[in-house]
Design a protein around this ligand. Structure first.
Ligand SMILES: *Cc1c(COP(=O)(O)O)cnc(C)c1O
Length: 344
């Protein structure tokens, strides 16, 4: 597959902004920096952050077994996904494919970027329909978004289905792995070298417990990453985020411990949900949330609000009539949820 052919013409010829930190990199701390019009008085954040976030990427590289030139960081996955749109999708000409019910940002980003969004519903058991996707795709279909484990359904897509799409779809395949750390399935990261059109998006917002610092991660071929690097804002990851992220990434045991706790709580929550009379179905989940079908989602949602518990009503999503999405909380939060459900 020829990745360059997928890039927008204006991006191909773009000369990126060159920051002070880009132009002079061989610095040592005892040098005098008078190149970026910064305030010289040290307060921890008076200097611009590293535009290439090398320390964070080095750490991720070792943790994930992916080389540094195959990593790009964004201000949340939202920025990562937006950069992919802007590099590859020509407004009013190209299109992207999403598979509802799924994460709402793909559609919003398509709309913001004035890109046609083509929707191919998941099957009844929430798997992508390869045949339908390939039928809807044309030569201007630049990106296929696969969210696995999928939000809001919670399931991971079958490996064979994803592989078939990676082989047969003639554009980029973005696999959004926001929930991969809660999953029994393996990440697609190990397949980056096998599929040149594969982009894997991950985030520190869920399993790593850092939604507040906004750090999204994009893994792809070094060719794709180089294109995205050309268009990213020079200082898109601030100094505080880089410091916090690094500390967390180096504390692998704590992260693993929290994930284990959440998975344990997920099992317990599912067990307890089974005894609530108006819950008609509990969908299998590979994420840190559970999708349930109830008798009347609007009614149950507002009853829970009245009891001070906020969940997500997904009833307007296709194939999700009368469903509610419940995030797995702490032991005591889950207990409150179950008690409230019993009360109503
Ligand atoms: C929560 C979530 C994200 C995370 O987005 P950030 O911008 O990194 O916080 C990405 N994709 C999906 C499917 C999600 O549910």
């Amino acid at each position: 597959m020829n990745i360059t052919k997928l890039v927008r013409e204006n991006i191909k010829s773009l000369k990126p902004y060159s920051s002070a930190r880009d132009e002079f990199k061989e610095f040592t701390s005892e040098m005098v920096f008078l190149d970026a019009n910064e305030n010289p008085f040290d307060n921890g954040v008076n200097r611009y952050p590293d535009p290439q976030q090398i320390t964070v990427k080095d750490t991720l590289s070792k943790l994930k077994g992916v080389s540094v030139p195959q990593i790009l960081l964004g201000n949340g996955s939202d920025e990562v996904l937006d950069l992919i749109f802007r590099a590859f999708c020509e407004p009013k000409q190209d299109n992207i494919i999403t598979l509802p019910p799924t994460y709402g940002m793909y559609k919003v980003l398509a709309n913001i970027n004035n890109i046609e969004e083509r929707e191919v519903l998941l099957t009844e058991n929430f798997e992508p329909s390869v045949e339908q996707i390939l039928k809807v795709a044309d030569t201007r279909s630049k990106i296929l978004f696969l969210c696995s484990p999928n939000n809001p359904t919670g399931n991971s897509f079958s490996t064979n289905t994803v592989e078939e799409l990676l082989t047969k779809f003639k554009g980029l395949v973005v696999i959004d792995e926001a929930y991969i750390d809660f999953s029994v399935e393996k990440s697609w990261l190990s397949k980056l070298d096998e599929f040149p059109n594969l982009i894997v998006a991950q985030t520190l917002s869920k399993a790593y417990g850092m939604a507040g610092i906004r750090l999204g991660i994009c893994y792809a071929s070094s060719e794709i990453i180089a294109i995205l690097n050309k268009i990213k804002p020079p200082y898109n990851i601030n100094e505080l985020t880089q410091k916090k992220a690094l500390k967390k990434l180096l504390n692998k045991n704590k992260v693993q411990h929290e994930i284990q706790k959440i998975i344990e709580q997920r099992t317990k929550l599912i067990e307890k949900l089974g005894s609530i009379s108006f819950i008609e179905k509990i969908y299998p989940t590979d994420a840190n949330f559970v999708l349930i079908k109830v008798d009347n989602a609007i009614k149950r949602y507002s009853q829970l609000i009245d009891k001070g518990i906020v969940i997500r009503n997904r009833t307007t999503q296709p194939l999700c009539e009368n469903t509610l999405r419940l995030t797995v909380g702490t032991k005591s939060e889950n207990k409150k949820l179950i008690e409230a459900l019993k009360d109503i």
